[in-house]
Design a protein around this ligand. Structure first.
Ligand code: PMV
Length: 354
């Protein structure tokens, strides 16, 4: 019968880079010019939920994002769909009498419905959770047997940062050397239990969509910035080694120093791009000053900050006590309904590393 539908639902959290990826050496395969390290958030707060369905009644691949149909014709979606289909296996649902053989997948179409529980394309790494979830749910539907490392290389072709969302805890995206990208994969450094005192707070400065997409931003930076090569070749490789050590040892002072410095350098190369790219705004800058002053006055750092391609602050507190103090400070400096456009305080007011 043509009536059956098989469905799989998956949920994938987003991740926030503490050593940033910025710049590609291959635009189509999405190969980075430097390694990066991120922390995966708690799925309860920032995540994508994707349901994928297959049925002989579907006559084309279709996708809905937050309830609105979007086109799948872009190269990134096509690359992910093609790579997963190429690895599909037999699937059988005996109870319902459904049997799909390996070769059937070429002629079967999928419907994909994806929801983000946070603003899309506002510099909160929505594409990371989105593509990781798309690849993971399709792989489950099509009974793909590859491990998460191999799946990460497919998710990478949707959005670079997506490869890091296939694992929890702290994750490194190794840029790799191969031209075909086979060694450009994510690896888990430590799992989510390793450093579970950390508390991540996101101050949503603006939920508007960013003006410069990360794709065009990076391209312009690589083409026009005099600083980016120095960053990718000289600075990041050293920071990656130091950051891995800081994470292993749970050394919060070094972790904070590296995280803040790397965020600031990423925004510096954006400013060094022609025309310059401004992702942070006045409120972001005020949050940085506030955290810097507090860390200095305490002697030992209490909070690390990092900003992606948008004005929202990701604040990583050393423990629950410093997270509570941070919230008090934010409320004091940015009272609700004030002139600032800090319109909500937190997504994720509890430990993200669970
Ligand atoms: O993978 P993209 O295209 O979403 O780019 C991500 C870029 C940053 O978020 C700014 C840095 C990073 O490593 O996630």
């Amino acid at each position: 019968s043509q009536k059956w539908v098989l469905m799989v639902t998956a949920q994938t959290p987003t991740n926030i880079a503490v050593i940033k990826y910025w710049g590609k050496r291959d635009e189509n395969l999405i190969l980075a010019i430097n390694d990066s390290i991120s922390v995966t958030l708690d799925p309860a707060h920032l995540c994508t939920t994707t349901t994928v369905a297959v049925s002989p009644a579907f006559n084309q691949d279709r996708m809905w994002l937050n309830g609105k149909e979007i086109s799948l014709s872009g190269g990134r979606y096509q690359n992910c769909l093609r790579e997963i289909r190429a690895r599909a296996n037999d699937v059988e649902d005996e109870k319902r009498g459904i049997k799909i053989t390996k070769n059937d997948w070429e002629n079967l179409h999928v419907h994909i419905a994806s929801y983000n529980n946070f603003p899309t394309a506002a510099g909160l790494a929505s594409s990371a959770a989105g593509f990781a979830c798309l690849v993971y749910s399709l792989a489950k539907l099509m009974n793909v047997q590859e491990d998460n490392g191999k799946l990460s290389a497919i998710a990478r072709q949707g959005s670079g940062s997506a490869c890091r969302s296939l694992y929890g805890g702290f994750v490194k995206w190794v840029m790799g050397k191969e031209e075909n990208g086979s060694d450009s994969v994510a690896i888990q450094l430590v799992d989510e239990k390793h450093w579970d005192e950390l508390v991540i707070i996101i101050a949503v400065v603006s939920s508007r969509q960013k003006e410069t997409s990360s794709t065009s931003g990076m391209l312009e930076t690589v083409e026009t910035s005099a600083l980016i090569e120095h960053r990718a070749k000289e600075v990041v490789p050293k920071r990656i080694i130091q950051m891995e050590e800081a994470i292993q040892k749970r050394d919060f002072a070094t972790f904070t120093h590296l995280t803040c410095a790397d965020s600031n350098q990423f925004h510096a190369v954006c400013l060094d791009t022609s025309p310059p790219i401004f992702y942070m705004n006045d409120t972001s800058h005020r949050i940085i000053s506030c955290v810097e002053k507090w860390n200095r006055s305490e002697g030992t750092p209490q909070v690390a900050y990092t900003f992606d391609a948008g004005p929202n602050a990701v604040l990583i507190a050393r423990n629950r006590t410093s997270a509570a103090l941070l919230l008090q400070r934010l409320l004091f400096h940015f009272p609700p309904n004030s002139e600032t456009d800090l319109n909500s305080y937190v997504i994720g007011d509890k430990s993200i590393l669970k």
